[in-house]
Design a binder for this molecule. Structure first.
Ligand code: NAP
Length: 462
């Protein structure tokens, strides 16, 4: 059988391999997903809830096994892997509960002998394609929501990190989630994407990944008019005003930026610092970044781990050299780490201007790109000057300004005085070219249902 080899990005060592499925094998898995739908969707919400909860509890009992595997295939440090598992388990727990609360409506009728009800019905068999940067949470966030709503789902995880996904499937089976309800395929992404999108029986696709592939999948899905959730790229502004608590702002910035070595769609990509506190922020940022170790993720303390692969290293390196040629200054880091391999130095770039390429490029590496600004009006316009609209961060102690930012920043999420975005209870998602649809919270489950209105007429009520 053909296989895909999975390597540890910290050591370069082979960890394991997984199947490189043929077209025919992928189609068989899709059939299983389709065939499992009628019985799964007919199950009581309470029954689906119990199975999700059992899955949650089994994973939780083996959290450390999952954390070590996640660190091995992705490179992020153990404390981050544990954090991702808690975050991902949160979705299973949340949607195990939400399954039972998928309420409909009754509407005052226009018909004197009628009644109107509105029900929410599972959309059908669904598919998902996920990236490598959150190999655990990306899967649970989609699967738990789909299953709770009564949909079945087939998943294609990223080629670099399929092992966590495969383990999640094994635990789902142990928990009693039947074959077909949660299916998983690994293999050629283009071929799998084409099968998912061309199959009219798959009624929805949830994709997390680059805007480029998201657009391709949307195009391919047009022929069967599928419902789509698109969690795509970002270009997050991180704004620090001079009225902020500067120490907290820098702390929030460093944790948001260096998490997963900066390989996060919500990573601060353009750091805007008000001129009047610029020197203070830069000094604190440099002091803070210089404290952080770069190392293999199997450490108890927070460390910046490797980038995912050589392509990622080359992209960051090329972006830094272009930015420097365009006039920026490297004041910290700026090259492959002395450890070699896929380790890159946390880097700070200053003297940036909005006309440089980096301003409109998703960095996806441990690079702080710092700009300065003069006033609120100006920085809001500059923050909005991007095709993306996933998240924006700002630090300010002014309530009025915080409110204005919440209203005027063009993004799906605005995070004020914190560097932390995600939990299961909030609607995660973007606007513009960052995509559409929401994951998490009660909004998330709405993506997996069809609203049906039924009129019962002729009831002889009058
Ligand atoms: P990517 O290249 O778009 O890959 C994402 C997934 O799509 C992977 O499973 C990949 O498979 C698959 N894929 C690649 N080509 C495909 C095709 N032609 N048809 C169907 N599927 C295909 O993105 P990435 O580089 O892995 O991830 C980074 C991007 O994801 C960034 O832009 C980041 O901002 C975005 N992201 C967004 C969110 C969000 O919630 N908005 C979260 C995380 C990441 P293989 O791995 O097998 O190539």
């Amino acid at each position: 059988m053909e296989t895909i080899k999975v390597y540890n990005p910290s050591t370069g060592n082979l960890i394991d391999e997984c199947a490189n499925l043929s077209e025919q094998e992928v189609k068989i898995a899709v059939d299983l997903t389709v065939n499992a739908f009628p019985s799964w969707s007919k199950k009581l919400a309470a029954e689906r809830s119990v199975l999700l909860r059992q899955w949650h509890d089994l994973i939780k009992a083996d959290k450390e096994v999952f954390a070590e595997l996640l660190t091995a295939e992705n490179g992020k440090c153990l404390s981050e892997s544990r954090g991702e598992i808690d975050y991902g388990l949160g979705f299973i727990e949340w949607y195990a509960e939400e399954a039972k609360r998928l309420y409909g409506d009754t509407i005052p009728t226009h018909d004197p002998n009628g009644a109107v009800i509105v029900t929410k019905n599972p959309i059908g068999p669904t598919a998902a394609i996920t990236p490598w940067n959150f190999p655990f949470m990306m899967i649970t966030r989609k699967i738990a929501t789909a299953l709770a709503a009564g949909c079945t789902m087939i998943i294609k995880p990223a080629e670099d990190t399929p092992l966590t996904a495969i383990k999640l499937l094994a635990y789902a089976r142990k928990a009693g989630i039947p074959e077909g309800v949660f299916e998983l395929v690994t293999g050629d992404p283009k071929m799998i994407g084409q099968i998912f999108t061309a199959d009219a029986r798959i009624r929805k696709i949830s994709f997390t990944g680059s805007t480029q592939i998201g657009k391709l999948l949307a195009e391919q899905s047009a022929a069967t008019l599928k419902k789509l959730t698109m969690e795509l790229g970002g270009n997050a502004p991180f704004i620090i005003f001079d009225d902020a608590n500067i120490e907290n702002a820098v702390k929030g910035l460093v944790s948001a930026k260096l998490r997963n070595s900066g390989q996060v769609c919500i990573s601060p990509n353009r750091i805007y610092v008000q001129q009047t506190c610029y020197d203070q922020v830069i000094a604190l940022l440099k002091a803070s970044v210089s404290q952080i170790r770069v190392d293999d993720g199997l450490q108890e303390e927070f460390v910046v781990g490797p980038l995912i692969n050589q392509k990622a290293i080359d992209k960051v390196q090329a972006l830094i050299s272009t930015t420097v040629k365009q006039g920026a200054k490297v004041i910290y880091g700026g090259k492959v780490h002395a450890k070699g391999g896929l380790f890159y130095e946390p880097t700070i770039l200053t003297e940036l201007t909005d006309d440089m390429d980096i301003n409109q490029t998703e960095i996806f590496g441990p690079v702080c790109a710092v700009y300065s600004f003069d006033n609120e009006e100006e920085v809001i316009a500059r923050a909005n000057h991007t095709e993306y609209g996933l998240v924006a961060y700002a630090y300010t102690e002014s309530l009025g300004r915080a409110f204005r930012l919440s209203q005027r920043i063009e993004s799906g999420m605005v995070i004020l005085n914190s560097g932390s975005v995600g939990t299961a209870s909030v609607p995660f998602g973007g606007i513009k070219e960052s995509g559409y649809g929401r994951e998490g919270s009660y909004y998330g489950i709405e993506e997996y249902v069809e609203v049906k209105y039924t009129l019962f007429s002729g009831l002889k009520l009058q």
